[in-house]
Design a protein around this ligand. Structure first.
Ligand SMILES: [Zn+2]
Length: 200
């Protein structure tokens, strides 16, 4: 039975690598897949999903106004599909997550979404909130904090390594970097940790 999956993680957990590997496994068995990724700036044309370890694949890009049910339906008319993969799923709108749910229910195609759960301020992304509500199955793509605990949070740093605590949810083309941390060290980095540290 087809399902809507949400594979969530924090930054730099390798979710695009997991996505590309999963898609590759289908294609290796002569089953076609359809890849989508978010258009997060003004670049036109076809998109690309790239992993940090160097593998890439062509993907169609979606913007807020795109109807993903219509895009998948149009792609199906060109040939059979085994599965739909969506990278940067945190940027889906609520309506687009419902469109993907219709792909699963009405077109009987599995849809695997990969995205960040929370932003640098610890808030759910809109697409992630909708996926947490609607997905049939959720899996965590794990990574670790430098302390060894599971990283669930992310900080945005300026080029001198200071945590930035304000600004837009999506920053395009800046010099900032992102570091994944456990919640405790995230709180320390953003200046929200009690003076007493009974544990350490
Ligand atoms: Zn930590």
């Amino acid at each position: 039975m087809a399902k809507l999956y949400f594979n969530y993680s924090t930054m730099n957990a390798g979710k695009s690598t997991v996505l590309l590997q999963a898609s590759h496994n289908y294609r290796e068995n002569n089953m076609d897949t359809y890849l989508l990724t978010a258009q997060i700036d003004d670049r036109a044309g076809s998109g690309r999903i790239a992993s940090r370890i160097g593998i890439t694949a062509e993907a169609d890009m979606f913007a807020d106004e795109d109807d993903l049910f219509a895009m998948v339906d149009a792609r199906l008319k060109q040939g059979k599909l085994a599965c739909v993969f969506v990278d940067e799923a945190q940027f889906l709108t609520n309506a687009q997550v419902w469109q993907l749910a219709r792909v699963v229910d009405d077109l009987k195609l599995p849809v695997l979404c990969y995205g960040l759960r929370v932003d640098f301020q610890g808030q759910l992304f809109p697409g992630s909130a909708a996926l947490l509500a609607l997905a049939d199955e959720m899996r965590e793509v794990r990574t670790i904090c430098p302390c060894g605990r599971k990283a669930t949070m992310v900080i945005r740093q300026d080029d001198s390594g200071h945590a930035i605590t304000e600004g837009a949810q999506v920053q395009i083309g800046g010099n900032e970097t992102y570091v994944s941390l456990c919640r405790r060290h995230w709180r320390e980095a953003v200046g929200d940790l009690a003076a007493e540290n009974p544990e350490q």
